[in-house]
Design a protein around this ligand. Sequence first.
Ligand SMILES: Cc1cc2nc3c(=O)[nH]c(=O)nc-3n(C[C@H](O)[C@H](O)[C@H](O)COP(=O)(O)OP(=O)(O)OC[C@H]3O[C@@H](n4cnc5c(N)ncnc54)[C@H](O)[C@@H]3O)c2cc1C
Length: 300
Amino acid sequence: MLDKIEGVEIFRNVCLKDFTTFRIGGNVDKFVRIYSEEGLRDFIKFCYSEGIDFFLLGGGSNVLIRDGRIDDFIVVKLEGEFRSVKFSGDGEWGRVFVGAGYSLPAFSKVMLNYLLEGAEFCIGIPGSVGGGVVMNAGAHGNELKDIVSNVFCFSRNGEKIVFSKDEISFSYRDSSLKGYIVTFVEFRLRGGIKEKIKERINEYLMYRSSTQPRGFSAGSVFKNPENTNAWKLIREVGLAGYRIGDVMFSEKHSNFIVNLGNGKAEDVLELIKIARKRVFESFGITFEPEIKLVGLSLEE
Ligand SMILES: Cc1cc2nc3c(=O)[nH]c(=O)nc-3n(C[C@H](O)[C@H](O)[C@H](O)COP(=O)(O)OP(=O)(O)OC[C@H]3O[C@@H](n4cnc5c(N)ncnc54)[C@H](O)[C@@H]3O)c2cc1C
């Protein structure tokens, strides 16, 4: 039984709105917080043997989760030891072992304290280290693949696997880690000068506040197609500022959909479908969503 597994805590009827940056999501019957690696292994093995589906939620900053009651999968959050950072220096370089549940902006700030450079770009990405590495999150010309050295995971049947950077295939907002459960990530970062690192962090924060809307969103909705920007195409097909219910394409950054307060997942999905249709009709480009649809489908 799930509630007998050590290091695993079960909560019933949890509102997922409170766990996503979109502030959208239904009520899940079982929400599980897992605090230890052994607990996670036992949980995965249990689900595998019983045929139970689960969804791993990181910072909830890149997901659109359906509304209503959710009883067809369990939602899992990594806590406890998955929110730790351990540092070891090796001369001019530092090795940092970070739990998958640790936040990317907090990681960026801690690296500043260790006087290590290379993680500054994570300051404005409101996800977790685990979600970030799976998505190969990036900004300002950098991606997580540039600083990762090893990724520690479980497979869906509970087997522990360590991938070195060379064994992972990273691409634009994607990686071969999809399908695995990332537990820890080891980064290798070069020593730097505090003022310079701080300056870059401040510069990135200022850039974000001048280019991105405030409020509830999941960041960029679509991946940038080759040689163009998704926000430009959305603007060109007349959708900047276009609203359905309480959700709209932002005027400030038209590849962001913002929830004005009472946004519904179905309305966001409708906006996504409209943009895909118009962009395909106007430019022959198939827009690929960057956000993960959970319990929702683009098929009619
Ligand atoms: C305001 C705003 C700005 C943003 N800016 C950027 C940006 O500049 N660059 C960028 O790349 N992204 C950006 N994003 C998107 C988002 O923050 C990133 O994609 C982030 O990496 C998602 O991480 P997460 O932990 O929130 O993942 P979630 O949204 O929780 O999940 C996303 C996917 O990752 C999986 N996942 C989560 N944790 C794990 C794990 N431990 N192991 C395996 N799979 C896991 C989930 O199952 C899901 O499939 C932005 C989002 C917002 C809201």
